[in-house]
Design a protein around this ligand. Structure first.
Ligand SMILES: NC(=O)c1ccc[n+]([C@@H]2O[C@H](COP(=O)([O-])OP(=O)(O)OC[C@H]3O[C@@H](n4cnc5c(N)ncnc54)[C@H](OP(=O)(O)O)[C@@H]3O)[C@@H](O)[C@H]2O)c1
Length: 268
């Protein structure tokens, strides 16, 4: 469920897996207006859904609608996945953090959360999951930079140490000595301007990750690669969050194969 949602690659991913595992069913994009979200979620059980994913702009609102929210989603303050229980009740969880870390570790196996400061650009739903994930993995310093400073400050207060909010105008300098840089803003997405960030002070060994995956090679990733930084694109995050969702919906841990990635990549 999202608004808009037709751009989502999730139906392609899940329908590929449904066919592969011989499950009768379909994953459909549900374009739901924000004021219809409660009704749409309540319709899942009577319509026979096992669950659904939740995307922009519903992640925070959906948390308040489902009956049960696990600890991870509660800490993050947003849900990305709904599970319909056998009694028809709804449970919410957040798989964005799992997808992000799983992808990061797979693409950059040497990465350790406590190697050095992480810089996270953005303070929206995606940023909340990533800050949570990095803190859980033992990051000692997370520099959080957002265009709207108050939003970064709220998030920093909520998560406490190790998160520090840094003013937008200081974002270039915030890269000094960083071991990881993550863009969680919508900047660099198709139809949006590139993220305005000068990488000059970023150490050459720092990993640069973008959670935007349309395009796969964002201007930020291209600039980072040109100066020799290792990079991680956003598609893997989307692919890996399928695993906990399927475990909850069907009791299956599906393999995220190179074939599946290539199939999705071909559409980007
Ligand atoms: N790969 C994945 O699996 C995955 C998962 C989740 C999200 N995403 C992607 O991540 C992106 C953000 O999603 P979200 O859910 O976090 O969205 P969101 O909650 O709406 O947050 C958007 C963020 O972008 C910032 N932003 C917007 N316009 C900006 C501008 N002109 N200059 C600087 N910053 C700007 C916002 O800053 P303000 O607070 O100042 O408005 C905010 O921090 C989307 O492209 C989404 O598709 C990918």
């Amino acid at each position: 469920m999202g608004w808009p949602v037709m751009h989502s690659r999730s139906p392609m991913i899940h329908n590929h897996l449904l066919a592969k595992h011989g499950l009768a069913g379909a994953y459909v994009p549900l374009a739901i207006k924000p004021d219809q979200l409660a009704g749409a979620l309540r319709g899942l059980a009577p319509l026979g859904f096992a669950g659904c994913n939740i995307t922009i702009p519903h992640k925070q609102q959906a948390l308040a609608i489902v009956g049960e929210v696990d600890q991870v989603a509660r800490r993050i303050g947003a849900i990305s996945c709904v599970i319909v229980r056998p009694d028809g009740s709804l449970a919410g969880t957040n798989n964005d953090c799992f997808g992000f870390i799983e992808n990061l570790v797979q693409r950059q196996p040497a990465w350790r959360a406590d190697t050095g400061p992480a810089v996270v650009i953005g303070a929206g739903g995606g940023a909340r999951a990533i800050v949570y994930a990095l803190a859980e993995r033992g990051a000692r310093a997370i520099r959080l930079v957002n265009r709207t400073g108050a939003r970064a400050e709220t998030l920093a207060r909520e998560f406490g140490s190790p998160v520090t909010a840094i003013p937008w105008d200081d974002r270039h300098r915030a890269l000094e000595g960083a071991a990881l840089l993550v863009n969680t803003t919508s900047q660099g997405m198709i139809g949006q301007p590139p993220l305005e960030l000068a990488l000059d002070t970023l150490p050459a060994g720092a990993i640069v990750a973008d959670i935007v995956y349309t395009p796969l090679d964002t201007p930020l990733l291209a600039a980072a690669r040109r100066r020799g930084n290792p990079t991680v694109d956003g598609l893997g995050m989307l692919l890996h969050q399928v695993r906990p969702a399927w475990k909850a919906w069907f009791g299956i841990d599906p393999e995220i194969t190179a074939d599946l990635r290539a199939k999705v990549e071909a559409t980007l």
